[in-house]
Design a binder for this molecule. Structure first.
Ligand code: AMP
Ligand code: FE
Ligand code: FE
Ligand code: ZN
Length: 286
Protein backbone atom coordinates (compact mmCIF):
# COMPACT_ATOMS: atom_id res chain seq x y z
CA UNK A 1 0.00 0.00 0.00
CA UNK A 2 1.42 3.44 -0.87
CA UNK A 3 2.38 5.72 1.99
CA UNK A 4 -0.17 8.43 2.58
CA UNK A 5 2.44 11.18 2.49
CA UNK A 6 3.49 10.43 -1.08
CA UNK A 7 1.72 13.02 -3.21
CA UNK A 8 0.03 12.26 -6.47
CA UNK A 9 2.10 12.27 -9.64
CA UNK A 10 5.11 10.44 -8.28
CA UNK A 11 5.84 7.22 -6.49
CA UNK A 12 8.49 8.34 -4.00
CA UNK A 13 11.29 6.59 -5.87
CA UNK A 14 12.20 9.59 -7.99
CA UNK A 15 15.68 10.87 -7.29
CA UNK A 16 16.67 13.85 -5.17
CA UNK A 17 20.05 15.37 -4.32
CA UNK A 18 19.97 17.44 -1.14
CA UNK A 19 23.61 18.44 -0.87
CA UNK A 20 24.96 20.69 -3.62
CA UNK A 21 27.37 23.64 -3.61
CA UNK A 22 27.41 26.52 -6.08
CA UNK A 23 29.46 29.64 -6.76
CA UNK A 24 27.62 31.19 -3.80
CA UNK A 25 30.14 29.26 -1.69
CA UNK A 26 32.90 26.96 -2.92
CA UNK A 27 31.24 25.25 -5.86
CA UNK A 28 32.27 26.15 -9.39
CA UNK A 29 28.86 26.23 -11.10
CA UNK A 30 26.15 28.86 -10.79
CA UNK A 31 22.81 27.87 -9.24
CA UNK A 32 21.25 28.12 -12.72
CA UNK A 33 23.87 25.73 -14.14
CA UNK A 34 23.18 23.29 -11.30
CA UNK A 35 19.47 23.33 -12.12
CA UNK A 36 20.27 22.53 -15.75
CA UNK A 37 22.52 19.65 -14.62
CA UNK A 38 19.67 18.38 -12.45
CA UNK A 39 17.34 18.45 -15.45
CA UNK A 40 19.81 16.49 -17.57
CA UNK A 41 20.30 13.97 -14.75
CA UNK A 42 16.53 13.62 -14.39
CA UNK A 43 16.41 14.67 -10.74
CA UNK A 44 13.01 15.39 -9.26
CA UNK A 45 14.16 17.65 -6.41
CA UNK A 46 17.37 19.34 -5.36
CA UNK A 47 18.62 21.44 -2.50
CA UNK A 48 21.38 23.99 -2.88
CA UNK A 49 23.32 23.84 0.37
CA UNK A 50 26.04 26.44 0.22
CA UNK A 51 28.36 26.92 3.17
CA UNK A 52 26.75 29.54 5.45
CA UNK A 53 24.85 31.12 2.57
CA UNK A 54 21.33 31.02 1.17
CA UNK A 55 22.01 33.39 -1.73
CA UNK A 56 21.86 30.63 -4.34
CA UNK A 57 18.27 29.68 -3.61
CA UNK A 58 16.58 32.65 -5.27
CA UNK A 59 18.96 32.35 -8.21
CA UNK A 60 17.99 28.72 -8.77
CA UNK A 61 14.25 29.14 -8.35
CA UNK A 62 13.17 30.61 -11.72
CA UNK A 63 15.21 28.05 -13.68
CA UNK A 64 13.84 25.23 -11.52
CA UNK A 65 10.25 26.41 -11.96
CA UNK A 66 10.74 26.47 -15.72
CA UNK A 67 12.22 22.96 -15.77
CA UNK A 68 9.77 21.48 -13.27
CA UNK A 69 12.37 20.67 -10.60
CA UNK A 70 11.54 21.16 -6.93
CA UNK A 71 13.96 23.38 -5.01
CA UNK A 72 14.13 22.69 -1.29
CA UNK A 73 15.57 25.63 0.64
CA UNK A 74 18.89 24.48 2.06
CA UNK A 75 22.10 25.54 3.75
CA UNK A 76 25.22 23.86 5.18
CA UNK A 77 26.09 25.67 8.37
CA UNK A 78 29.50 25.54 10.02
CA UNK A 79 29.88 25.00 13.74
CA UNK A 80 32.47 23.72 16.19
CA UNK A 81 32.03 21.22 19.00
CA UNK A 82 34.86 20.02 21.23
CA UNK A 83 37.36 20.96 18.54
CA UNK A 84 35.49 19.16 15.75
CA UNK A 85 34.28 20.97 12.65
CA UNK A 86 30.58 20.11 12.61
CA UNK A 87 28.53 20.81 9.47
CA UNK A 88 24.78 21.05 9.96
CA UNK A 89 22.46 20.92 6.96
CA UNK A 90 19.22 22.89 7.21
CA UNK A 91 16.17 22.25 4.99
CA UNK A 92 12.69 23.67 4.50
CA UNK A 93 13.36 26.79 6.58
CA UNK A 94 12.24 30.31 5.73
CA UNK A 95 15.42 31.55 4.10
CA UNK A 96 14.25 35.16 4.45
CA UNK A 97 13.99 34.79 8.25
CA UNK A 98 15.60 37.90 9.74
CA UNK A 99 17.56 36.18 12.55
CA UNK A 100 18.96 33.66 10.11
CA UNK A 101 19.83 36.34 7.55
CA UNK A 102 21.55 38.44 10.18
CA UNK A 103 23.53 35.43 11.42
CA UNK A 104 24.61 34.44 7.90
CA UNK A 105 25.74 38.03 7.21
CA UNK A 106 27.85 37.79 10.33
CA UNK A 107 29.34 34.48 9.06
CA UNK A 108 30.21 36.17 5.81
CA UNK A 109 32.38 38.68 7.69
CA UNK A 110 33.89 35.98 9.88
CA UNK A 111 34.83 33.94 6.81
CA UNK A 112 36.50 36.90 5.12
CA UNK A 113 38.45 37.72 8.31
CA UNK A 114 39.49 34.10 8.63
CA UNK A 115 40.76 34.09 5.04
CA UNK A 116 42.78 37.24 5.83
CA UNK A 117 44.35 35.46 8.80
CA UNK A 118 45.19 32.41 6.70
CA UNK A 119 46.70 34.61 3.99
CA UNK A 120 48.95 36.37 6.53
CA UNK A 121 50.13 32.99 7.80
CA UNK A 122 50.90 31.97 4.23
CA UNK A 123 52.75 35.23 3.54
CA UNK A 124 54.93 34.58 6.61
CA UNK A 125 55.72 31.18 5.09
CA UNK A 126 56.91 32.88 1.89
CA UNK A 127 53.76 32.30 -0.14
CA UNK A 128 53.17 35.59 -1.91
CA UNK A 129 49.44 35.80 -2.31
CA UNK A 130 47.01 38.55 -1.34
CA UNK A 131 43.52 38.60 0.11
CA UNK A 132 42.26 40.40 -3.04
CA UNK A 133 43.02 37.29 -5.09
CA UNK A 134 40.94 35.19 -2.71
CA UNK A 135 38.07 37.67 -2.84
CA UNK A 136 38.16 37.61 -6.65
CA UNK A 137 38.10 33.79 -6.60
CA UNK A 138 35.13 33.76 -4.25
CA UNK A 139 33.21 36.12 -6.55
CA UNK A 140 31.03 37.53 -3.78
CA UNK A 141 30.26 34.09 -2.41
CA UNK A 142 30.98 32.70 1.05
CA UNK A 143 34.81 32.64 1.25
CA UNK A 144 36.36 29.29 2.13
CA UNK A 145 39.57 27.32 2.05
CA UNK A 146 38.88 25.99 -1.47
CA UNK A 147 39.23 29.56 -2.79
CA UNK A 148 42.63 29.85 -1.13
CA UNK A 149 43.56 26.42 -2.50
CA UNK A 150 42.67 27.57 -6.00
CA UNK A 151 44.85 30.69 -5.66
CA UNK A 152 47.74 28.55 -4.37
CA UNK A 153 47.37 26.28 -7.37
CA UNK A 154 47.17 29.20 -9.83
CA UNK A 155 50.34 30.65 -8.30
CA UNK A 156 52.19 27.34 -8.73
CA UNK A 157 52.65 26.94 -4.96
CA UNK A 158 50.99 23.52 -5.07
CA UNK A 159 50.46 21.02 -7.84
CA UNK A 160 47.01 19.96 -6.76
CA UNK A 161 44.06 20.88 -4.65
CA UNK A 162 44.74 18.10 -2.18
CA UNK A 163 48.35 19.25 -1.84
CA UNK A 164 47.03 22.72 -0.90
CA UNK A 165 45.13 21.10 1.97
CA UNK A 166 47.84 18.69 3.09
CA UNK A 167 50.65 21.25 2.88
CA UNK A 168 48.90 24.44 4.03
CA UNK A 169 45.16 24.50 4.68
CA UNK A 170 44.13 21.25 6.34
CA UNK A 171 43.04 21.19 9.99
CA UNK A 172 46.54 20.04 11.03
CA UNK A 173 48.48 22.16 8.55
CA UNK A 174 50.41 25.37 9.29
CA UNK A 175 48.20 27.98 7.61
CA UNK A 176 44.96 26.63 9.10
CA UNK A 177 42.73 28.95 11.08
CA UNK A 178 39.70 27.59 12.91
CA UNK A 179 36.36 27.91 11.20
CA UNK A 180 33.18 29.44 12.64
CA UNK A 181 33.04 28.53 16.31
CA UNK A 182 29.30 28.69 16.87
CA UNK A 183 27.98 25.85 19.04
CA UNK A 184 26.01 23.31 16.95
CA UNK A 185 23.05 23.66 19.36
CA UNK A 186 22.81 27.34 18.38
CA UNK A 187 22.90 26.53 14.67
CA UNK A 188 20.23 23.86 15.14
CA UNK A 189 17.98 26.22 17.07
CA UNK A 190 18.38 28.93 14.43
CA UNK A 191 17.25 26.46 11.74
CA UNK A 192 14.30 25.42 13.92
CA UNK A 193 13.39 29.04 14.63
CA UNK A 194 13.21 29.63 10.88
CA UNK A 195 10.84 26.64 10.63
CA UNK A 196 13.30 24.14 9.21
CA UNK A 197 14.78 20.72 9.90
CA UNK A 198 18.43 20.14 10.83
CA UNK A 199 20.65 17.23 9.77
CA UNK A 200 24.17 16.27 10.70
CA UNK A 201 26.22 16.38 7.47
CA UNK A 202 28.62 13.58 6.47
CA UNK A 203 29.21 12.09 9.95
CA UNK A 204 31.88 9.75 8.59
CA UNK A 205 34.04 12.79 7.94
CA UNK A 206 35.55 13.36 11.36
CA UNK A 207 32.55 12.97 13.69
CA UNK A 208 33.44 10.29 16.25
CA UNK A 209 30.49 8.22 17.50
CA UNK A 210 30.47 9.65 21.01
CA UNK A 211 30.31 13.15 19.52
CA UNK A 212 27.49 12.06 17.20
CA UNK A 213 25.46 10.84 20.18
CA UNK A 214 25.98 14.19 21.92
CA UNK A 215 24.96 16.13 18.81
CA UNK A 216 21.72 14.16 18.64
CA UNK A 217 20.83 15.44 22.11
CA UNK A 218 21.09 19.02 20.79
CA UNK A 219 17.92 18.43 18.75
CA UNK A 220 19.00 17.25 15.31
CA UNK A 221 16.06 16.12 13.17
CA UNK A 222 18.11 13.75 11.10
CA UNK A 223 21.41 12.39 9.82
CA UNK A 224 22.90 12.56 6.36
CA UNK A 225 22.98 8.90 5.37
CA UNK A 226 23.94 9.08 1.71
CA UNK A 227 27.17 10.95 0.99
CA UNK A 228 30.12 10.17 -1.31
CA UNK A 229 32.27 9.53 1.78
CA UNK A 230 29.81 6.87 3.08
CA UNK A 231 30.16 3.34 1.75
CA UNK A 232 27.26 0.91 2.06
CA UNK A 233 28.48 -0.22 5.47
CA UNK A 234 28.52 3.37 6.76
CA UNK A 235 25.12 4.13 5.23
CA UNK A 236 23.60 1.15 7.02
CA UNK A 237 25.40 2.02 10.20
CA UNK A 238 24.05 5.59 10.30
CA UNK A 239 20.60 4.42 9.23
CA UNK A 240 20.48 2.18 12.29
CA UNK A 241 21.47 5.05 14.56
CA UNK A 242 18.86 7.31 12.91
CA UNK A 243 16.18 4.67 13.39
CA UNK A 244 17.18 4.14 17.00
CA UNK A 245 16.64 7.85 17.74
CA UNK A 246 13.60 8.33 15.45
CA UNK A 247 15.61 10.60 13.17
CA UNK A 248 15.05 11.37 9.49
CA UNK A 249 17.41 10.40 6.65
CA UNK A 250 18.93 12.86 4.19
CA UNK A 251 21.63 12.63 1.58
CA UNK A 252 23.26 13.98 -1.50
CA UNK A 253 26.36 14.31 -3.60
CA UNK A 254 28.12 17.24 -1.85
CA UNK A 255 28.85 18.27 -5.41
CA UNK A 256 31.28 21.16 -5.83
CA UNK A 257 32.33 20.55 -9.46
CA UNK A 258 35.92 19.80 -10.61
CA UNK A 259 38.66 19.00 -8.07
CA UNK A 260 40.29 15.66 -7.49
CA UNK A 261 38.08 14.69 -4.61
CA UNK A 262 35.02 15.57 -6.70
CA UNK A 263 35.70 13.66 -9.89
CA UNK A 264 32.12 12.47 -9.70
CA UNK A 265 29.38 12.80 -12.24
CA UNK A 266 26.47 15.00 -11.25
CA UNK A 267 23.39 12.91 -10.58
CA UNK A 268 25.22 9.78 -9.40
CA UNK A 269 24.68 10.22 -5.66
CA UNK A 270 21.00 10.58 -4.88
CA UNK A 271 18.29 9.63 -2.41
CA UNK A 272 14.74 8.44 -3.06
CA UNK A 273 12.22 11.29 -3.03
CA UNK A 274 10.34 9.37 -0.35
CA UNK A 275 12.91 10.61 2.17
CA UNK A 276 11.90 14.15 1.25
CA UNK A 277 8.23 13.24 1.75
CA UNK A 278 9.07 11.97 5.21
CA UNK A 279 10.67 15.32 6.02
CA UNK A 280 7.53 17.13 4.85
CA UNK A 281 5.35 14.86 6.88
CA UNK A 282 7.47 15.50 10.00
CA UNK A 283 7.10 19.25 9.44
CA UNK A 284 3.33 18.92 9.11
CA UNK A 285 3.10 16.91 12.30
CA UNK A 286 5.45 19.15 14.28
P1 AMP B 1 35.95 25.88 4.98
O1 AMP B 1 34.45 25.98 4.99
O2 AMP B 1 36.60 27.14 4.55
O3 AMP B 1 36.52 25.32 6.25
O4 AMP B 1 36.30 24.83 3.85
C1 AMP B 1 35.74 23.55 3.89
C2 AMP B 1 35.58 23.04 2.48
O5 AMP B 1 36.88 22.77 1.96
C3 AMP B 1 34.86 21.72 2.39
O6 AMP B 1 33.47 21.88 2.30
C4 AMP B 1 35.40 21.15 1.11
O7 AMP B 1 34.74 21.76 0.03
C5 AMP B 1 36.83 21.64 1.10
N1 AMP B 1 37.82 20.68 1.62
C6 AMP B 1 38.08 20.38 2.91
N2 AMP B 1 39.09 19.50 3.01
C7 AMP B 1 39.50 19.24 1.74
C8 AMP B 1 40.50 18.41 1.16
N3 AMP B 1 41.33 17.68 1.91
N4 AMP B 1 40.62 18.40 -0.18
C9 AMP B 1 39.80 19.14 -0.94
N5 AMP B 1 38.83 19.94 -0.46
C10 AMP B 1 38.68 19.99 0.86
FE1 FE C 1 32.73 22.83 0.46
FE1 FE D 1 30.47 19.72 4.64
ZN1 ZN E 1 29.00 20.34 1.55
Amino acid sequence: MPNSFVSEGHNGFEKADLHIHTKCSDGIFTPEEIVEKARIAGLYAISITDHDSVLGIDKAKPAALEKGIEIIPGVEMSSTYKGHDIHVLGYFFDYQHSDLKEYLDHCRHLRTERAERMVSKLVKMGVKIGIEQIIVKAQNGSVGRPHIAAVLQDGGYVKSFSEAFSKYLGAHSPAYVKSIETHPADVISLINKAGGLSFLAHPAQNVPDEILKQLITFGLDGIEIVHPSHDTYRQNYYREIANEYFLLFSGGSDYHGMRERDNEIFGNVTIPYQWVEKMKSRLLNA
